[in-house]
Design a protein around this ligand. Structure first.
Ligand code: SF4
Length: 317
């Protein structure tokens, strides 16, 4: 044709996603709520990893943290109280091509969702599970949660909670087939992002507990940790969370911990003199249930097709 070269073609450049491409609705958490910091970190993670929004899904249950999917420009499933994890496992089983994130709170995950928590950890299907732990039920207005400290005064225990709290790190480490267990805080954006990046790179279920401020009902709960960084114990190791100078310069109370050492992880999880943050445990070789579901479906379909073809051959159809 006149005017067109025969070898002409248009090469579309791959799309680059900026942070704004992941922004969903305006976040309606209270001013100063730690959830805002987690949302920002996750949007940066998506940008850094260039996750396609249409290949990314956020799943949640009920609670303040569970409003997360509304604020991401990606697929989302805002489900029932405590049921985020089975929904996420179902998505992962049928759509292993998607990046799956779960946003859950301490009431959602550690109380009504505790049974699903145990089994999802054991299934070890690839996803990032963020436990935004503010030590109470916020959405239902200041009730004691399983992680509320003994003596905390809430609307359900005005005289103070009477039981010792669940330690979500210790609990997760005790579940068979746990493969990635980490802890971070919402007010250190560099450590928060580095932890989420490591979690996203993990081939199985990455469980990240994020100490999350709730200024509305838990004013000052984490003030001692914020005002005195020596109260945080930074876990260091070449196989742990990648730490840049902006983290190590501030958090000088450090301890080297090999994340392959499960017994050491359990000992650190019980420390009372400081709050440990970093990677407690990682096992990249743990069995993953999604390997079996994906292969099982593929094998089953292939077997059916092969059988059908041989039937057609037999009857020369
Ligand atoms: Fe955040 Fe607490 Fe407000 Fe909920 S009640 S949005 S956790 S500050």
């Amino acid at each position: 044709m006149f005017g067109l070269k025969t070898d002409w073609f248009e090469e579309a450049s791959p799309r680059y996603y900026s942070v704004g491409d992941y922004e969903g609705g305006t976040a309606r958490w209270c001013p100063g709520c730690g959830d805002h910091a987690v949302l920002t970190a996750v949007q940066r993670l998506c940008r850094d990893e260039q996750l396609e929004p249409e290949k990314t899904v956020f799943v949640s249950g009920i609670g303040c943290a569970s409003r997360f999917p509304h604020y991401m420009n990606a697929y989302g499933f805002h489900g029932l109280h405590g049921r985020a994890l089975p929904v996420a496992c179902g998505i992962r089983a049928r759509r292993p091509d998607l990046h799956v994130f779960v946003s859950t709170g301490d009431g959602d995950c550690c109380s009504i969702g505790a049974g699903h928590w145990v089994h999802a950890i054991r299934y070890n299907m690839k996803m990032v599970v963020m436990l935004l732990d503010n030590n109470l039920y916020g959405l239902t207005k200041n009730q004691t949660s399983p992680t509320s400290g003994k003596g905390s005064k809430t609307n359900t225990h005005p005289q103070g909670s009477v039981l010792d709290p669940i330690n979500p790190i210790q609990t997760t480490l005790g579940i068979s087939n746990a493969s990635f267990v980490a802890q971070t805080v919402d007010w250190n954006p560099a450590h928060l992002l580095a932890t989420l990046e490591a979690a996203h790179q993990h081939p199985g279920l990455a469980f990240v507990r994020i100490l999350q401020r709730c200024p509305h009902f838990q004013t000052g709960l984490f003030d001692p940790l914020q005002s005195d960084p020596s109260k945080l114990l930074l876990l260091t190791h070449p196989d742990g969370i990648a730490l840049d100078e902006s983290i190590t310069r501030v958090l000088k109370n450090q301890r080297e911990h090999d994340p392959a050492d499960l017994a050491g992880a359990r000992e650190i999880a019980d420390l009372e003199e400081a709050t440990p943050i970093g990677l407690f445990y990682r096992n990249e070789n743990a069995d993953r249930y999604d390997d079996f579901t994906v292969q099982g479906l593929a094998t089953s379909r292939a077997d059916k097709l092969t059988a059908l073809e041989s039937e057609l051959d037999r009857y020369q159809i």
